[in-house]
Design a protein around this ligand. Structure first.
Ligand SMILES: C[S@@+](CC[C@H](N)C(=O)[O-])C[C@H]1O[C@@H](n2cnc3c(N)ncnc32)[C@H](O)[C@@H]1O
Length: 396
């Protein structure tokens, strides 16, 4: 079952067996079913530009299909699917849901560690969503996934980014500082400090509170990724980056998916690229080369901040290092060229709040941390970053 590249797999499975991370009661609640159906349409068709006909008749391999609620879309659009997951209980539920909602679909299940999956067969589409950041070697998992792709085939990767998950990682850091690995203590501290987040996740995300706590804080491996890593994985494995959500290509908006923003209400914002089109002198690559240099100091400092909090482990907490990275970002934030965007986003006060919270953690002061967390106006409020990013690549 286990694989040398993924010793952590057994521990991750233990947590999932206690509380499944991806169960949505879609068989009992039609609104929940519709919500996931609309999410799939918005995500794949409109954001990732993968129209249903792309899936029709395609051979699709998915790693970590879980309980299947989200994979139903692939079957609905006519893909012939092979689902690999290490959790037999998750597979049993997926089988029940597929029989209920897509009785004539074609699919098979393979129970096991994704690193152990072997096949002579190549696929039109390979996919994993919310899976490889729970392994010991996410780059190797990505390479293994895309090794089953035909030339011209499509790879779909849903993965947390270290930047988008910085607030969740910070929450983990705080919780481990005061609760260690003790599951009861983790639940107590999470409920005490992050009630708003849990209420929101329960209400809007449609999962049980305990499932959110186990998936976000008890899970021993959450090793997220940077866009720079994603770009190099695609290059190394012979894939062209096709689309992503939120978009990473320049001059486009970030997050129109979660709240189903109607972009038609913002014609002026959408017109932003027009001044770029009007002032075009040479190739985009020349402009990007200059931008690459200008944005590098802040972006690399911010990436280092995100990395220093990434994959938080109860056994190795280093608040001083994180605080140092926060200070570097605060200095660089003053000299970065696009001040307006930063000001609208409240990046300065957000970094101030991170620093205040980290100072209290460094002192191991629970009451002080609690006061700092509850006083935050930017940090730990609302959506708290982007939980999962999606990247689509095409095999050359
Ligand atoms: C967070 S759930 C995501 C489920 C589903 N893809 C979704 O988006 O709702 C992660 C799933 O990946 C599976 N998984 C994690 N690591 C795995 C591994 N190394 N090999 C096989 N399955 C794995 C888990 O058993 C779990 O069902």
């Amino acid at each position: 079952m286990s694989h040398p590249a993924n010793a952590i797999g057994e521990k991750v499975l233990e947590v999932y067996k206690k509380e499944n991370p991806s169960t949505y009661k879609i068989e009992e609640d039609h609104a929940a079913f519709e919500k996931l159906r609309i999410f799939a349409d918005d995500l794949y068709t409109h954001s990732l530009k993968l129209l249903p006909r792309v899936f029709n008749g395609a051979d699709l391999l998915e790693f970590g299909s879980g309980t299947g609620e989200r994979s139903l879309a692939y079957l609905r659009w006519g893909a012939k699917c092979t689902f690999v997951d290490m959790n037999e209980e998750a597979i049993a539920r997926a089988r029940f849901l597929f029989e209920k909602f897509e009785p004539s679909a074609q699919y098979e299940f393979v129970r096991g560690e994704l690193f152990n999956y072997r096949s002579e067969r190549l696929y039109d589409i390979t996919a994993s969503c919310g899976v490889i950041h729970h392994t010991d070697d996410k780059a190797a998992a990505f390479a293994h996934q895309v090794s089953f792709l035909k030339p011209g085939g499509i790879n779909i990767l849903g993965i947390g980014s270290a930047a988008g998950s910085i607030q969740r990682n910070l929450q983990r850091h705080i919780i481990y500082t005061f609760a260690g690995r003790d599951e009861e203590a983790i639940q107590r501290v999470a409920n005490d400090l992050f009630e708003e987040h849990l209420d929101r996740a329960e209400k809007l995300g449609g999962r049980a509170r305990k499932a959110v706590i186990f998936d976000t804080y008890v899970n021993p491996r959450m090793d997220f990724v940077s866009v720079a890593d994603i770009v190099s994985w695609h290059r190394q494995n012979g894939l062209k980056l096709f689309t992503s959500w939120p978009p990473v290509t320049p001059a486009v908006l970030a997050d129109n998916l979660a709240n189903r923003t109607d972009l038609r209400a913002f014609p002026e914002v959408l017109s932003n690229p027009e001044w770029l089109w009007a002032t075009q002198k040479g190739d985009d690559s020349e402009f990007l080369a200059e931008m690459e240099i200008r944005v590098a100091p802040f972006n690399s400092a911010f990436r280092e901040l995100a990395d220093s909090i990434n994959d938080v482990r109860a056994e190795q907490l280093n608040p001083t290092e994180i605080l140092g990275e926060v200070e570097r970002c605060r200095e660089l934030a003053d000299v970065r060229h696009d001040r307006t965007l930063r000001d609208i986003r409240g990046l300065g006060p957000w970094l101030d709040e991170v620093a205040t919270v980290m100072q209290a953690i460094e002192r191991k002061d629970y009451e002080g941390t609690r006061d700092a967390v509850l006083a935050c106006k930017h940090l730990f409020r609302g959506r708290q970053g982007i939980g999962l990013n999606y990247f689509v690549g095409i095999k050359e």
